[in-house]
Design a protein around this ligand. Sequence first.
Ligand SMILES: [Zn+2]
Length: 417
Amino acid sequence: MVELARFRELLAFARSHCALYREKLSDIDPRSINSREDLKAIPLTTKEDLRAFQEIGPHPYGGILAVDMAKVTTFRQTSGTTGRPVYVPETYESWQWRVEVWCHILYMAGFRERHRVFLPFGYNVYVAFWEAHYAAEKLGCEVVPGGALDTRGRIQKIQEVKANAMMCTPTYGLHMAEEAKAMGVDPKELGLERILCAGEPMPEATRKMLEGAYGCEVFDHIGGTEVCGWAGMCSEKKGLHIVEPFFLVEILDPNDPLREVSVGETGLAVVTPLGRESFPAIRFNTNDLVVKGPESCSCGRTSQKILEVVGRADDLRKIKGVLFSPKSIEELLRAEFPEIGEYEIVVSRPGAMDHVVLRAEPVAELGKEKAAELAQSLSTRIKVKTNLTFQVDIVPRGTLPRYTLKARRFKDLREKQ
Ligand SMILES: [Zn+2]
């Protein structure tokens, strides 16, 4: 297995060049890793490990940097939504490796030379859309960066240049469609042929809703700043293909990380990017829960598939003793309540009991009576789907925040109380 051979090389390199692994893996002999089973002896790398070793210096990368600092050509960082950001050093070579991986993700989603790709984002210190930009260029697409414009300006630019492809977060895609309609423009008339989504887990119902809104094909992928995008969607649009042989991916039982799950089971995605020496991430725990799929697909690819991205393991919460995934609410809203646009879920504990509120904005103004009916039917469907009682508030349009990058629609206030 080519991934395993490359893994051994990376492991040997990391142990000799990177303070994090010099300490963490000092008793692991790379020559002892000859099968996937042998990988289990190697401890997982967590985000906390990265944060702790960055602290030891030299600034800013500390003990995760495995090359001479002068070789670093690109600075990126994680969003810091779950704690202090992690700074990610890339050399020219390691950045080119990330771009190459992204070429595969874009190609799988049908991006070709004929595409004029609009990127409705300002790129900055986050990795978002930089890889996509360089990879689309490398594939021969034409890239139109739509950064310093507001949403209406971006819609006008798409019309002006006749862009026929786009990349965005699912949330922003829906917001753009809403905004286009408010301008009197049918999003289907924009002429977009395909959209690749990034940045947030996307339920199938949301993907279909975007396809309906724009009258085009919409694709998903999964990845992260620490490990790069590692799986993408092919033309069949049934799950994601791991980008082999660029990664060694293990899908482990969350309750027993010594066991790889079988096809159809949900597990924790543990990813080792195999082409990056500047910052080796060995068996990185992505915290993404995914359903393992087969190694075959009607598109003809033979790479390992994942059937579904369930969500982030750290997003799963116990509410009133019931395990709850915020993604289940998005699935319900997008599949059954198209009259709802933006929404947020707030959990608090005002007394001894957990209290959950869903605040939902309709896409068009509703009368008082209609809003009450909608709240009632939402509350009933949520109870059936999650076994939890939610208070549902229908709030006026424009009340809730709009997100361009990672949406924060789930707020758990119990930790602060
Ligand atoms: Zn396929």
